[in-house]
Design a binder for this molecule. Structure first.
Ligand SMILES: Nc1ncnc2c1ncn2[C@@H]1O[C@H](COP(=O)(O)OP(=O)(O)OP(=O)(O)O)[C@@H](O)[C@H]1O
Ligand SMILES: [Mg+2]
Length: 327
């Protein structure tokens, strides 16, 4: 681990969907990312850029056709113990998933079983991971709901009886009930109206403030990242191309792709015609040589067509773009 306060250290990870007949979709290509204790890191990028695959790789939720080809994913528990998630046995993995890392998959409304009451979902987590009896589990659940400002009555409800926003907050309460060090939340607000989004953002921030939990929040919605994340990582075609403090990145995006994403956001009093990104992301089965963004980049130079840019450190940021070489 780079430092004591690093909870997740994902280093040079490559993961591919091996579809046979020599077709390999390189959805996560040599990605490195660290998350510190109590930090909310946003993961942004267009649909299909590899955000969900990166989360699955970090959680070791890897089943065919997905394969992790290389890289290391280290996690630090609250007691300071560091574990490489790919080096543990199945039973250790189960413990790690309870105490250290939790995953809220994309479309997580389906995490709640429609035919059982919310109470059962919480009790199941304790049955699977906890070391306490049913009565004590229920007491802990009620105490936690109170801390999070959720009504105790949701426990007696069936999922369909809750509003979308309440259901999503319930899923987050469920994912954090065992006090993990880090939570991977994949598109936690994508199915919700703006009003409910606010509740989810506040809940994530409250959990961080109260329990020091770290989060990776995945979203293609830059507006959400602006509200929720301390740092932001921008992904393009399987690679992280810029990482920095969210405020800095929004004030002065350095990678041309980040600039395009931010310019396509509507602004009050801003220009009527938005200058967004033109073109589409490349196929990950056959990405372009050099910088993968070059076919869409307004600033491309000769070398961008042939040489892949390394990650340059610029004013506290990491930016994979040749324009940064001279900065
Ligand atoms: N099971 C699969 N088999 C083959 N290819 C897949 C599979 N799942 C995803 N892919 C491909 O991997 C790439 C990355 O997909 P991924 O779902 O990780 O993207 P994403 O950034 O999460 O997109 P979205 O914003 O739509 O959720 C895409 O090209 C996608 O088509
Ligand atoms: Mg996804």
């Amino acid at each position: 681990m780079a430092a004591d306060n690093v909870v997740l250290d994902c280093s040079n990870v490559t993961a591919v969907y091996d579809l046979g007949y020599n077709v390999k979709v390189r959805a996560v290509d040599n990605v490195s990312l660290t998350v510190r204790r109590g930090e909310i890191v946003g993961l942004a990028g267009e649909s299909g850029c590899g955000k969900t695959t990166l989360m699955r790789t970090i959680y070791r939720d890897v089943t065919p056709p997905l394969k992790v080809v290389s890289g290391v994913v280290r996690l630090q528990a609250k007691d300071g113990e560091v574990t490489d998630i790919y080096q543990v046995s199945e039973s250790e993995l189960k413990k790690l998933r309870a105490r250290v890392i939790s995953y809220i998959p994309q479309g997580s409304m389906s995490v709640l079983n429609p035919t059982s009451r919310v109470r059962s979902a919480f009790l199941e987590v304790f049955q699977k991971y906890g070391e306490v009896g049913k009565d004590e589990a229920l007491r802990l659940v009620k105490a936690r709901l109170k801390e999070l400002g959720l009504r105790e009555s949701i426990l007696a409800s069936y999922p369909h009886q809750l509003s979308g926003g309440m259901r999503q907050r319930t899923v987050i309460a469920l994912a954090t009930i065992m006090n993990p060090s880090i939570v991977l939340a994949d598109e936690p607000t994508s199915a919700l109206d703006v009003v409910y989004q606010r509740g989810v953002v506040e809940m994530i921030q409250n959990i961080r403030n109260m329990f020091g939990t770290s989060f990776i929040v995945v979203s293609h919605d830059m507006g959400l990242h602006y509200q929720v994340s301390d740092r932001i990582a921008i992904m393009y075609a399987g690679k992280i191309i810029e990482v920095g403090r969210t405020d800095d990145v929004f004030r002065e995006p350095l990678h041309p792709y980040t600039e395009g994403l931010i310019n396509s956001l509507p602004r009050i009093g801003g220009p009527k015609r938005l200058e967004g990104l033109s073109g589409l992301p490349p196929s990950l089965a056959n990405p372009p040589p050099g910088c993968r963004f070059h076919p869409r980049c307004p600033y491309r130079m000769e070398r961008c067509l042939v040489e892949e840019p390394p990650s340059f450190k610029v004013r506290g940021r990491e930016v994979a773009c040749w324009l940064m070489e001279a900065k």
